[in-house]
Write a protein that binds this ligand. Structure first.
Ligand SMILES: *Cc1c(COP(=O)(O)O)cnc(C)c1O
Length: 355
């Protein structure tokens, strides 16, 4: 069976040797030595000024909305994983969708200003498949209209834009370390922010604690545990391997499927090969390709379908480009160790079912 992704697992003895440190201290959570070590190592690997590791990649989005006291409307992309939109609604705000760019698949910055009203408090955009939005344009719009900017950068571990980690842009940037993402801690995630927001974000992820007996304000529990951090610490040394392997797989696909449309990566980006989306000509073609691949126990995924403006709990507005892309996109299997012969087989099956 070949799935869209396969979790990278480090040698088990390396994981256990790190986990043993949790046994030695008797600490399983509450920011023990392993979480602190992971934060230090990730900061140095990515060259980011700060990070708060969390228990998944959704809580940092919710915490950012809560801690920045966002209200009213938040402008967002309809082409993302559901967590981007659900976090807005969960925090009592209203998502206002702006359609995407047909090649970059990120929010179309030229359409943002038309969606701003006097209720707009922020822009929450996704750096989808690790492809940066038009960060400069979004920053300029946010400045002009006094809006906060949050980036859902769940797919962006290792992505640099203009020689800087993409996590450094926006007031807050979030990442997911879920087992399906390219760097993972089983479940996990992180929040990166403008340094003057660090204390506020930190407090919110730990119940609002100000020492053991006092509180700054409201908070929630989003702390990463020690076993999660142990996984991260044992995966991190393999990151350059993982990135190289993924690059090999993507380049093989591009070589074997020269006619197919895929995502256009923005200039000045060092990409992380996190996904390989193919945009077919029609939904019917996608379903045909899926059926043929499924018959051979190959399971690509429709990332991201449906377009989020059609969720049952949002006000439905038409987003023609996002809806069209969502119907026609299929992410092909992409992971460390995917064999050359399997890639060739996948490409042959696709070619046979699209012509
Ligand atoms: C994976 C993902 C999330 C959520 O991350 P979890 O760690 O699963 O909570 C949020 N946004 C996007 C775009 C994602 O792909």
């Amino acid at each position: 069976m070949i799935n869209v992704t396969k979790t990278f697992l480090p040698p088990q003895d390396e994981y256990q040797a790190i986990l043993k440190k949790a046994w030695d201290t008797g600490w399983m959570t509450n920011r023990g030595v392993l979480v602190k070590a992971l934060e230090k190592q990730v900061k140095s690997y990515l060259k980011t000024p700060n990070i708060i590791c969390m228990t998944n990649g959704t809580l940092p989005i919710q915490i950012a909305i809560k801690a920045l006291k966002l209200q009213g409307e938040i402008i967002t992309t309809p082409f993302s994983y559901v967590a981007t939109t659900s976090s807005i609604v969960w925090e009592g705000c209203t998502p206002v969708f702006v359609d995407i760019h047909p090649d970059y698949l990120t929010i179309d910055e030229t359409k943002i200003e038309a969606a701003i009203t006097n209720k707009t408090s922020a822009i929450l955009a996704t750096q989808v498949f690790g492809n940066p939005c038009d960060i400069e344009a979004i920053e300029a719009i946010a400045k002009r209209h006094n809006l906060k900017v949050i980036y859902d950068a769940a797919h962006c571990f290792g992505v640099n834009y203009k020689n800087k980690s993409v996590f450094e842009f926006g007031d807050v940037s979030t990442c997911s370390f879920h087992a399906t993402k390219l760097f993972h801690t089983g479940e996990g995630g992180a929040l990166f922010c403008n340094p003057n927001l660090y204390d506020l974000m930190y407090q919110h992820h730990n119940f609002g604690h100000d020492g053991p007996e006092a509180f700054h304000g409201i908070g929630i529990n989003a702390k990463m545990s020690e076993p999660q951090a142990a996984m991260g610490l044992s995966v991190l040394p393999y990151m350059s391997d993982i990135l190289e392997e993924r690059k090999r797989v993507v380049e093989t696909y591009l070589h074997l499927l020269p006619g197919l449309k895929t995502i256009k990566i923005r200039a000045h980006t060092e990409w992380n090969y996190s996904y390989f989306p193919v945009i077919f000509n029609s939904e019917e073609e996608v379903l045909r390709v899926m059926k043929r691949l499924n018959e051979e126990a190959i399971y690509p995924r429709r990332y991201f379908y449906p377009s989020l403006n059609t969720l049952p709990y949002v006000h439905d507005t038409e987003m023609p480009i996002s809806e069209q892309i969502a119907k026609c996109v299929l992410c092909l299997p992409l992971y460390h160790g995917l064999a050359e012969a399997d890639i060739i087989k996948i490409c042959n099956l696709i070619k046979a079912s699209v012509c």
